[in-house]
Unconditional design. Structure first.
Length: 254
């Protein structure tokens, strides 16, 4: 089942690379966009993935009504994670696909077509980048770099986001803001970054990267340490075990 899913995700990435005459429209929330290619990629993935696992639910970002992610098998899909980067030609976006069984993530794939980087993992089998095993770094909080998501569609969370980032700047070496939550998680999974957070994310933003991170030895919770949720938005705290634990122990999200 894994390799047909990876093939579908890679094909979806080729659709992104072939994009031209991109038409953009706005969704609810400031700076929240959808393009003809978000819809095209999601439609492609729906057909391909459900042909591989016909009895699965399909939870796609661009659906107006979302299917059940907590019962039975469910694909959780972001066709283009960080549409804003895609629209601006920044070449830092990803196709993100997760498969859950009864609310437990069992498979994830995140593909950056611009760098031809395919991250993937199956529950209990480790995490990989283009076939090579990956693992989180062993850097401490003070040795590390962190990435942030700024919850741009929720301006009421900006002050809290910047407050937490300021505390981390006092404790860590530097920060990064890339725009794609899925690729933030895979960067942590392969040891490029030590910690990441965002005050609110949708499940399709993080589901694919979440299992890749945990299979790479990392941790992902909400900012207060509680479990992430696959049926509704939640906050995200992700990192290697040392940085993640230090963040919670020092109550940096207070």
């Amino acid at each position: 089942m894994l390799y047909p899913i990876l093939d579908a995700v890679r094909e979806a990435g080729q659709i992104i690379l072939s994009a031209h005459d991109v038409q953009v429209s706005s969704k609810e929330g400031i700076g929240n966009f959808v393009t003809t290619y978000d819809v095209k990629v999601q439609s492609f993935l729906r057909e391909k993935l459900l042909s591989i696992v016909p009895d699965a639910h399909f939870v796609g970002e661009e659906d107006k009504v979302h299917d059940d992610a907590l019962h039975g098998l469910a694909f959780i899909v972001d066709p283009i994670d960080c549409t804003a980067n895609f629209v601006r030609g920044m070449k830092h976006s990803a196709v993100s696909v997760a498969l859950a069984r009864d609310g437990v993530l069992i498979l994830g794939a995140v593909y950056n077509p611009y760098r031809d980087e395919m991250f993937y993992a199956e529950l209990g089998k480790g995490a990989f980048l283009n076939g090579t095993p990956i693992h989180v770094s062993d850097r401490t909080l003070s040795e590390g770099v962190f990435c942030i998501g700024t919850s741009p569609y929720h301006r009421s969370l900006r002050e809290r986001t910047m407050t937490i980032a300021g505390r981390l700047m006092e404790r860590m070496q530097d920060l990064r803001r890339f725009g794609s939550a899925a690729l933030d998680l895979t960067d942590i999974a392969c040891g490029r970054v030590e910690l990441g957070f965002e005050c609110i994310l949708q499940p399709w933003d993080f589901a694919g990267g979440a299992i890749i991170l945990t299979e790479a030895g990392g941790r992902i919770t909400q900012l207060d340490g509680s479990p992430i949720t696959l049926d509704r938005p939640c906050s995200i705290l992700s990192g290697n075990p040392l940085a993640h634990s230090a963040f919670l122990e020092e109550n940096l999200a207070k």
